[in-house]
Design a protein around this ligand. Sequence first.
Ligand code: NDP
Length: 296
Amino acid sequence: MTRVAFIGLGAIGMPMAQHLAKPPFDLVVWNRSADKAAEFAELHGARAAATPADAARTAEVVITCLPSSREVREVLERPDGLLAAVVRGSILVDCTSGDPAESRGFAKTLAGQGVAFIDAPVSGGVVGAKAGTLTVMCGGGSEMLERARPVLETFGKKIVLCGPVGSGHAVKAVSNALLAVHVLSTAEALAALTRLGVSASVALDVINASAGRSNASQNLFPERVLTRAFPRTFRLALLDKDIGIATKLASEAGTPIPLIDLAAQLIHEAHVELGEEADHVEAAKVVEKRAGVTIQ
Ligand code: NDP
């Protein structure tokens, strides 16, 4: 049995952890709100740890899945945190969509304690996490990835080594910058067409058989905007964080990205307007408000 500690049972962490609550894994979970961890343990036959240190004490693989690198740092460094107990020879796999520079710092600190690190953020949403079909983009040594692979394969279908530590986080941030552009541009396009008297469902039917299609037009808008369902699966606040990382990386690389910069500004404005709990697709509501139209 491989002893695994899973830290962070949020919207995506919870369904990812469920795949590890069976042999050949021996799972311990920790969550900031302890009731969620207790309920998970009861339901899936895992152990709920009292603190991050308690979770890490015997683990061979520690997985973190937290909002951002800031919370990963907190969970590492708090007095009862992971660094206080993580076992020499173990590996920490950070599935957070984090910041590459922070990850390089974590890798260095952990190496000082004889612990390996890879960044391994995921894509595919809550549906993909439940189905075990996530894309996992990794940063770190290939030997580290091979050690983590059996764990990653429980929730991931496509697992790609992108480069050294931080590369997984860089690819994830850029991929989500494209998601932000697609959500905003699809909303703007459909708002304009609605105003011109073209039904949004007719427009999507054509666009999805034409060159303008994207995951936003093929899935997000038909399932969430046209139905007005707007389920809360991936918080707009997290997309704001991701596109912010992407713009910072491009600026550090001296690469002008005016289109993505503008999307980052609009996503941030939508986040401020709609609050911490809004879903990322709800950014379309801000576009609708500006256009004075409901996409339908
Ligand atoms: P949620 O906001 O749903 O959950 C966040 C988790 O982090 C919760 O378990 C929360 O605990 C915990 N947490 C928050 N702050 C702290 C803290 N200061 N100390 C300790 N724990 C804390 O996020 P998601 O699960 O949606 O996302 C997790 C990561 O995965 C993010 O980086 C996100 O960008 C990424 N991601 C999410 C996807 C999605 O579809 N949701 C898709 C792909 C990537 P508590 O229960 O107490 O609030």
